[in-house]
Design a protein around this ligand. Sequence first.
Ligand SMILES: [Ca+2]
Ligand SMILES: [Ca+2]
Length: 210
Amino acid sequence: MFHNIMEVLRVMLTVVVVTRAGTVIGQIMATDQDGARNLTFDTADNDTATLIRIVNVRKSGKQITADLALKTLVDRDFAPSNRHIHISVTDGQYKAISRYVLVITDMNDNAPMFTQHEYKVTVLHSLPMHSVVLIVIATDPDATFGGRVSYSIQTDDLFAYQAFRVNQYTGMITLHSPLLTHRHTLLHFNVIATDGGGLSSSAKVIIHVQ
Ligand SMILES: [Ca+2]
Ligand SMILES: [Ca+2]
């Protein structure tokens, strides 16, 4: 004869915060005063079944224990950072369901990416000072500091370095010294996007002065 298993089951997840991983994220345990012989765990909904595999099931006396492993890599950048996990346990007659929230923390695992590898723009040699020449944009899907992008200019060409400024927050490139003496020339520089964790990428800027 069974006790009412709904009242005697105890289930717990020992680890609820994970970073990107494909590994065991926690342990689940249930007890039954009738003994653990007939107890089985299962994923209780489709979302959990997609995310979690129940492994390493062991029984001892009145207790059943198993590990919860991620079936796939989880990445906060391209999916919700909180996932709801529902695990059921049954003795064949009664069933109990335990609910958890899996919190996926972020890693700064992406460098900022420019919308273009190369930007080409033509400007008049008489372009007034402080005019906007170009706006570059780089995106970064990471959270907090890892997703904060700042811009800078890198070049060996001293004239180009002095002639242009990039707003570190907006990517807006403006003219900072006159181009009058550089008519019919091409000016080159790289614009660098760096995130708050130090990951960076670059894009080439080519300015044709007319
Ligand atoms: Ca990330
Ligand atoms: Ca990043």
